[in-house]
Design a protein around this ligand. Sequence first.
Ligand code: DGY
Length: 338
Amino acid sequence: MAEQTKPWRIIAVRRLSEDQLAALSTVAEVDYFEDVNEANRADFQSALSRAHGLIGGKLDLDEAMLAKAPALQVISTISVGYDHLPLEALNRRGILLCNTPDVLTETTADTAFALIMATQRRLVELADLVREGDWREHIGREHFGVDVHGKTLGIVGAGRIGAAIAKRGALGFGMPILYTAASPKPALEQELGAKQHGLEALLEQADIVCLSVPYNDDTHYLIDADALARMKPTAALVNVARGKVVDEPALVEALHVGRIRAAGLDVFAEEPLPANSPLVAMDNVVTTPHIGSATHETREAMAQLAVDNLMGSLTNSGPRTAVNEDVWRRAAAEAKEV
Ligand code: DGY
């Protein structure tokens, strides 16, 4: 029997289970890439020139690459953030972009809270002291941390993840909550007693400033030297957003001279964080390798949502979570007219 040709060609890059790849294979020829690197770039580009869909965890595509992908209809990124993709160019080309919100909210909020605990109580530094055999007597003031409970938590960007961090702080640790957001959040105010502030007032009043804004032109270097100078010298900065929301050299300087007390960072201007970054060696900094959503359960749920988005978009039942939904609506309306 002649093999049935499948209507679609898709590229999958990383992070999919065998079951998910098998599901995609029921509707499409799948070109799978564990990674895209110098050695396989030519193969990737050749697959891209034929692909209708693209799914993966870290798909860095620029406009020049899109120009070589004439059939591309959908990109399904396995992330909530999409700052690595050129949204305007996708809109112009009528390419649908799907992302994975909601399923990672609670896990990312857990990560933020882990960093809050670690920076306030110096967990990594003091665990290292034990590991290195340097716990020789009862610890004294020089190793004391700072309380978490009751401290004022400033959430910069009270979207889904920011709200989940605020909830943990207010309900679990009795923390007064301040937040910035484009519009007031009545639910947060009623349920948690949270108060909306401008960024400057929040920085001046919070004991812990937690960043959970999307990265874009408006948030590039939102936390620069001036912003850091507004923070209390006893305050800590926690970043689970994107590295370039913070002016990293200014942060290093502020931590070095004690303009702020500590930082807990899951994201960096350059990732992986270079081993010689000054942040790596600082005792008052906790660094984690962009693990915001990195649990088995959540990464599986993100991959499944991305698969559903891609299959739904190609087979006309529609995506579950699209960034540029207009592109989908226009395509659906055109399909009806034909
Ligand atoms: C996201 O989903 O955007 C997280 O930062 C993981 O990349």
